[in-house]
Design a protein around this ligand. Structure first.
Ligand code: HEC
Length: 451
């Protein structure tokens, strides 16, 4: 072995492909951040466990839910290497993780030796709890009631089965150990950070009602799923300080769930007062990527079971596309969610099937550039927008995509070298023409609307 590598060097080798050199999560934050992550604070055995055995399933990191898979790194790394990496990660980027004691990795490796599957976030929280974050709810208690209802009953006329204090300041229906036919009332104080108008969003399976200062702010009565279709938004002006808070909830059948968030009117960030709902309940791994910070996000090789090397881009305006490196063309454009890999793409079998979502437009599924055309890769501008490059003999064709006005995409084709070239565009209804003819040294910009 040569000279020993520092924790930072080892981090670069073994972690930064997914967590990014700056710790903010690779692919514009499609992977979870280590910078500022509460998962590396407190008992250092937690992060050792993650590195040794990996991690899968839903996990909340800094207000965002991920549902991905981190492969175990224990076999690839020695105890000394893990120690060096974690002592770097725990203090890099302003992190407040504890120093890892010299022998702890060896001890932890022996302790978790018989473990054959990656950890889940709830398992880790049970073994190594994260210090509780403060929410706007204080002095919170829950009262659980038994009974079958189709509407929110008057709980004050019913005797509670159980009363508990909820120190985490979160509204969570699983405080009831029952799955069906029960109700819960939470009471406490909502701390308004200033005198202002506030916005609340409530959704649940089944019914729920938010009351602040004796005013009903949002109510979803009756039974039904928590899929967003019944979610209610309410606004109320509050004076700074502690406001009497009450949430009534009943569960008839189906999954017991409640989501609840608030913000000051006119601000952007939501504050969660429940656990954040996970985007997909599928048993298959879900990979939900969203453009963040006004940047385009990229996902490679996600069209499983197809022959094409698809590269997906989700643009901040809400449009998405897949470029095929085999067919040298943008094949699909769609609007809305960029992608949930489990819902749209996994297990689709053979063939290049488009996602089943709304407004999916097939531009082409054939290769129409001349036979000698070769994919030369792509580059990204600083907003993350792609330019695909194709060589055709001595000519080079570049094909750039970026968001335009009102949700449209702007596509610029540029040709260099050789002589004039006719470039088929596929679906003429979307591109506005079947082809464009480009002279060397010239470019043309097309707008792709979706409706
Ligand atoms: C192949 C990609 C990949 C590599 C390599 C990788 N991780 Fe991860 N890591 C992930 C993913 C994905 C998650 C989230 C898993 C989930 O959704 O359950 C994660 C989660 C974590 C978490 C908990 C969540 C958070 O953001 O704090 C820690 C801590 C962590 N990784 C540390 C490391 C360290 C240290 C290394 C290097 C030794 C490393 N990871 C290497 C992909 C990776």
């Amino acid at each position: 072995m040569g000279a020993e590598q520092t924790g930072e060097q080892l981090y670069t080798l073994y972690c930064s492909a997914c967590h990014a050199p700056d710790g903010k999560g690779a692919n514009n934050g499609a992977f979870p951040p280590l910078a500022g992550s509460p998962w590396i604070e407190g008992n250092p055995k937690r992060s050792i466990a993650i590195v040794l055995n990996g991690l899968h399933g839903p996990i909340d990191v800094k207000g965002k839910t991920y549902n991905l898979e981190m492969p175990p790194q224990g076999a690839a790394l020695s105890n000394e290497q893990i120690l060096a990496i974690l002592n770097y990660v725990h203090t890099a980027w302003g992190n407040k993780g504890e120093k890892v004691p010299v022998d702890l990795v060896r001890v932890a490796r022996a302790e978790f030796q018989s473990r054959t599957t990656p950890w889940t976030a709830p398992e880790l929280l049970k073994l190594f709890p994260i210090p509780i974050q403060k929410t706007a709810l204080s002095d919170l208690t829950s009262r659980v009631y038994k009974g079958q209802w189709n509407q929110i009953p008057n709980f004050d006329k019913i005797q509670a089965e159980n009363i508990e204090e909820e120190h985490d300041g979160l509204i969570n229906p699983s405080v009831a150990k029952l799955d069906a036919n029960f109700g819960i009332v939470w009471e406490g104080n909502f701390e308004a950070p200033e005198s202002a108008e506030f916005e609340f969003v409530l959704d649940s399976d089944d019914g729920s009602r938010l009351t602040l200062n004796q005013n009903v702010v949002c109510e979803l009565n009756g039974t039904g799923p928590m899929d967003g279709s019944r979610a209610k938004t309410g606004k109320i002006t509050l004076n700074k300080g502690k406001i009497p808070f009450r949430m009534d909830f009943f569960q008839n059948a189906g999954p017991k769930s409640l989501s609840f968030k608030w913000r000051k009117s006119g601000t952007k960030e939501w504050n969660w007062l429940s656990e954040k709902p996970v985007a997909s309940n599928d048993s298959k791994p879900s990979i939900l990527l969203i453009p963040t910070d006004g940047k385009t996000v990229i996902y490679r090789n996600f069209i499983q079971g197809t022959s094409s090397r698809g590269i997906g881009f989700g643009f901040p305006g809400g449009l998405n596309l897949v470029y095929s490196a085999d067919n040298l063309a943008t094949e699909l454009i769609w609007s809305g969610d960029f992608m949930d890999a489990s819902r749209h793409w996994i297990d689709r079998g053979q063939g290049n099937q488009p996602p089943s979502g709304e407004n999916v437009i097939k531009l082409t599924n054939t290769r129409f550039l001349p036979a000698e055309a070769r994919f030369k890769g792509y580059s990204l501008d600083k907003e993350g927008n792609p330019t695909f490059k194709v060589s055709i003999g001595s000519q080079v064709l570049t094909d750039s995509w970026k968001p335009g006005k009102e949700g449209a995409l702007l596509r610029t084709l540029t040709l260099t070298g050789g002589s004039e070239l006719k470039i088929p565009l596929g679906n003429a209804a979307v591109a506005g023409a079947e082809s464009v003819t480009l002279a060397p040294g010239k470019s043309v910009t097309l707008t792709y609307p979706l409706n």
